[in-house]
Design a binder for this molecule. Structure first.
Ligand SMILES: Nc1nc2c(c(=O)[nH]1)N[C@H]1C(S)=C(S)[C@@H](COP(=O)(O)O)O[C@H]1N2
Ligand SMILES: [Mo]
Length: 337
């Protein structure tokens, strides 16, 4: 029945499990879960996948997602000794300006976003451009759970268990040409369902755009996510497809992606266009380079309140130096913030 089993020493669930975190019977099997073939799953683990995390609002996942979830590689990347942020906080304290600028606006307004059907365009400097239904776009990839720190440029942070796949796998599929040096991502533009795109005072020139250097996108930590907390992405977190780049400030992790382009020039990104002196293209988490209006040396780890602010030191590259520092050798990180 077990096709593949990981060593029990690879089992670090308890290291990251807060008191409140409920582990289902499946996840208690830990490494063994990874090796279960879908067909051998007992009935209690079928169709309606029980959540691995406490207090997770069940979603209504499309069939393709439920199918992929049964083959997911759990905890492919993990953080140690840091509690996962409660689902409630991760889904009710958001930045998604298309749905409003208050932290509660995305949860209140993003329900109107229709994520099925959804299509993704791949274009630019690639041998295999195209427009795909999300379900087809996802076909080649196995879901991996990546438990990452998320550090917003506003100096708060969370720990979120994402479900996604490395961008490097996508690049292998679409075959960038020799001219491709950057990857550019674009969010849906639909003022009918996105009130932030209608309001006249908005500073943003929609759609929201982000980008990475091609070698950054190839780093194994950079993923495209379709789920979190063992379920599909809630709309306010960027359903049905978003970027997650854990060593960079949160604004790089663009939500609700409809277009991915391989380009030869560095793309003009949204926050750079609004305030280039405050938000750079690189946006690597860096406690030694302050934002012009506040320090980046520390962060509030959510949940954070008046009486327990839960402040911690911010780490270089958000704690992922070992994996990513070599991408920036020779680059002046003070200039290239
Ligand atoms: N399209 C779009 N993507 C976006 C944003 C946005 O306003 N619009 N906000 C960014 C910012 S500033 C952060 S911190 C993260 C927040 O992700 P979360 O709400 O899932 O925690 O999303 C990023 N992606
Ligand atoms: Mo952010």
């Amino acid at each position: 029945m077990l096709i593949k089993s990981t060593k029990s020493s690879d089992c670090h669930e308890s290291d990251v499990t807060p008191e409140s975190l409920y582990l289902s019977r499946r996840s208690l099997l830990c490494g063994a879960v990874t090796g279960l073939a879908a067909s051998t799953l007992p009935s209690w683990a079928s169709a309606q996948e029980p959540s691995r995390y406490a207090d997770v609002e069940p979603g209504r996942a499309p069939t393709w997602f439920a199918e992929k979830l049964s083959h997911a590689q759990w905890q492919a990347v993990n953080v140690k000794d840091e509690a996962i942020t409660p689902f409630k906080d991760a889904t009710h304290y958001n930045n998604f300006y298309e749905f409003g600028t208050d932290k509660g606006d995305p949860a209140a307004n993003a329900g109107a976003l229709k994520t099925e059907p959804w299509s993704v365009v791949i274009d630019g400097e690639v041998a295999k451009p195209g427009r795909y239904a999300l379900e087809d776009f996802m076909k080649p990839y196995q879901l991996e759970e990546r438990i990452y720190r998320l550090r917003c440029v506003e100096a708060w942070s969370m720990v979120i268990p994402w479900l996604g796949f490395p961008i490097s796998a996508l690049l292998k599929q679409v075959e960038p040409t020799s001219k491709a040096r950057f990857i550019r991502f674009e969010t849906l533009q639909d003022p009918k369902v996105m009130p932030g795109q209608r309001s006249g005072f908005a500073l943003i020139d929609w759609p929201y755009v982000e980008g990475l250097r091609l070698d950054e996108a190839m780093n194994p930590l950079a993923i495209l996510a379709v789920g979190m907390y063992g379920r599909e992405l809630p709309n306010q977190n960027g359903a049905p497809l978003r970027l997650v780049v854990p060593w960079k400030y949160g604004f790089k992790s663009i939500k609700s992606i409809v277009r991915i382009s391989l380009v030869s020039e560095q793309p003009k990104t949204t926050w750079q266009s609004i305030a280039a002196d405050e938000y750079g293209f690189y946006a690597n988490v860096n406690p030694t380079v302050d934002h012009p209006r506040w320090t980046q040396a520390r962060e509030r780890r959510l949940p954070s309140g008046l009486f327990s602010p839960n402040v911690r030191e911010t780490r270089m590259f958000n704690g992922y130096s070992e994996e990513v520092a070599s991408l920036y050798t020779g680059l002046d990180l003070r200039k290239n913030y």
